[in-house]
Design a protein around this ligand. Structure first.
Ligand code: NAP
Length: 246
């Protein structure tokens, strides 16, 4: 797979899965827009690693949940590299709590970043992608969108919403050869899962036939494939990368 001359925006690329995806594109020669919300030093380090690997990168701060901030992110990408070929909506947050304890703001915040954030980004890239009659949009959902999870009614609703949005926009954008797919990771080793209590981690591990948590590279490989020419007849799909868990 080759991405020389292609421009990709990866949201939430300062760490975790987004960082892994950004580095993977950089290693294949892409121009990578490394979005972050708060961790500027981490984002700059990702850009340095991309450049060391032969790609080009810029770090851009934006809160994807904010409509205008998401627009600025897309504008910066176009200003730096001319157009956007690939959008990876990866930013995500959790605010886990059982229903009886969950506060309204825990619900609103998670929906705003994980679901509305994807919509904001797609809104701002889609006009140009449709006009250029090519584009790849890849949304990062989650295994829990497929099976539910106690204590995550907000997060699971956001990630199931991402799947519905993916399937709907695949139908809207297909005629213009813009594909829209989702990747649903299982349990991947990042800061998001580092905070899990040991008993819960072991319980999840027991449900994974491949008997290990996933690595960010496992997700990056699926994203690269969906972004590549090889996946040009795939749209509206959810690719599960979960060690066989579901
Ligand atoms: P992570 O390590 O917690 O990193 C989250 C990333 O999202 C960071 O780069 C963060 O930026 C960014 N972010 C947070 N709020 C943002 C906002 N408002 N605007 C822009 N960026 C924002 O998470 P991860 O584990 O890599 O997860 C990445 C994605 O995969 C998420 O969508 C998550 O739901 C999904 N996922 C993860 C797992 C897993 O097991 N880890 C499983 C299934 C799905 P800053 O660093 O600047 O704060």
């Amino acid at each position: 797979m080759e991405f020389k001359g292609k421009t990709v925006i990866v949201t939430g690329a300062s760490r975790g899965i987004g960082k892994g995806i950004a580095l993977a594109f950089g290693q294949l020669g892409a121009n990578v827009v490394v979005n972050y919300n708060s961790k500027v030093d981490e984002a700059n380090q990702v850009v340095q690693a991309i450049e060391a690997a032969g790609g080009k990168g810029i770090a851009v701060q934006a809160n994807v949940g904010d409509f205008d901030s998401a627009k600025q992110l897309v504008d910066e990408a176009v200003k730096a590299f001319g157009q956007v070929d690939i959008l990876v909506n990866n930013s995500g947050v959790t605010k886990d709590q059982l229903m009886l304890r969950m506060q309204e703001e825990d619900f609103d915040q998670v929906i705003n970043v994980n679901l509305k954030g994807n919509w904001n980004m797609i809104k701002h890239v889609s006009r140009a992608m449709l006009k250029q009659r090519s584009g790849r949009i890849i949304n990062i959902s989650s295994v829990v969108a497929l099976i539910g999870n106690a204590g995550q009614s907000n997060y699971v609703a956001s990630k199931a919403g991402v799947i519905g949005m993916t399937k709907s926009l695949a139908k809207e954008f297909g005629k213009k050869q813009v594909t829209v797919n989702a990747v649903a990771p299982g349990f991947i080793e990042t800061e998001m899962t580092d905070n899990l209590p040991a008993e819960l981690r072991d319980a999840y591990l027991a449900q994974i036939p491949l008997a290990r948590l996933g690595q960010v590279e496992d997700i990056a490989e699926a994203v690269l494939f969906l972004a590549s020419e090889k996946a040009s007849y795939i749209t509206g799909q959810v690719i599960s990368v979960n060690g066989g868990m579901v």
